[in-house]
Ligand binder design. Sequence first.
Ligand code: DX5
Ligand code: ZN
Length: 214
Amino acid sequence: MIKIAPSILSADFAHLADDVKKVTDAGAEYIHIDVMDGTFVPNITLGSLVVKSLRPTSKAVFDVHLMVEHPETHIETFAEAGADIITFHWEAARHHHRIIQQIKAAGCKAGIALNPGTPLSMIEEILPDVDMVLIMTVNPGFGGQKFIASQLEKIHMLYHTIKDMGFTCDIEVDGGINAETSKLVQEAGANVLVAGSAIYGAEDVAAAIKAIRG
Ligand code: DX5
Ligand code: ZN
């Protein structure tokens, strides 16, 4: 089952609630919330207060993507603010298994994200414990970057590893997703598709979501 996760990084920050409603009215299941700290990635975006403000305005699944150092210090705050899924970067953490347990104890689904330069083998031990793996198809930090096609093989390998191990785990992709690249990542096995500029930059948001869903 394909899920569309518009990234509000490309929305109008002066009208965030309206822009969230616009994409959920158009059928998006998730709202992808990019949290950047200016240290793990060279950009600063938003924090838990924004998630808390948006929560009463939407029933969508809030998919929080933490691009921050020390993610373990922010889990409870984002969970209390209304996050449904919390994903942290493998590269930003040391005690991955502990953080996954912490996210679950806070009542959220746990995701682990991998930068394009990080091999899949790094998450072998924790794979059975996560609800979602996020394969970055750009280097995190900014919207509107070019899709890195070499990640397709990683998605494909992940899909088969999960299948062979016999458990369920969502595969999310993030970065440079549009109607064309969406087709490629779906063929490789991804089922949660993040898109920022391709959705919020489109004249017709509903048509863009439909095209990405395929
Ligand atoms: C990048 C963010 C993405 C970003 C995607 O660091 O994690 O979620 O918003 O933007 P597009 O879809 O424009 O590549
Ligand atoms: Zn993201």
